[in-house]
Design a protein around this ligand. Sequence first.
Ligand code: BTN
Length: 258
Amino acid sequence: MAVRFSTDAVREGLTTDFVGRDLEYRAAVGSTQDMARELANEGADEGTVVVAGSQTAGRGRLDRSWISPRGGLYLTILLRPAAEHLNALVIIAALAVARAIEGVAGLQTSLKWPNDVLVAGRKVAGILSESELVGEEVGYALVGIGVNVNVDMAAYPVTAPLATSIMTELGREVSRETLAAAILNEFEPLYLAVEEGKPIHQEWRARLGTLGKEVRVSFGQQVEEGLAEDVDSDGSLILRRPDGTRLTIAAGDVTFQR
Ligand code: BTN
């Protein structure tokens, strides 16, 4: 496995104006989210990216941990969006990752609501958005992206049935640097489009493999089952319950029903 990560190789692949232009790499960190938060508090520029070769305390959604061995790609993008665009960050990131994996690895991806990226029906990447509000304004937002790139998933039997890696699917390694640059190159124009009020929701909706399926959704202490009928413009899932009523769910965890 190529252990060394070259920030120069990422920079050479960038076509962005500001995303990734400040790029901090560490071989190992607790969480890139925490390192990016420190940089944000020190006044780092919008678009600053923290990349790690591995994480000892990687975080996932819903207070889960994110297993972060060497071979994966772990990065956080620091942004300062308008407050009304905060919810769109995970949609932007999911689209950027899906497009980048397709472009770099040639693998077909699908999205699982709200923001998992799947290959062959198994999770290959996850997205975590955290933010700091100052009054009603966004002080900063941290978009964390974890991709199972050159990770042997057989070494993680607990997650293996639900998760996969690019290497597992492709049968060969791919360059984490090329993939990182591709993600950032896809991310910036989508982010700028949203900040200009342009819609990106249609592509996200079209890529969501969740829609039209019978699902079970857990959110908070609640569990609901029904047909994943649609998503609204905020990114919430619209669930059609067996009794015909519709429920709008802002965030949760989906499992597919057989
Ligand atoms: C999820 O699917 O639950 C989200 C996983 C997000 C993982 C990434 S890895 C880079 C960044 N740093 C973290 O600690 N978490 C995110």
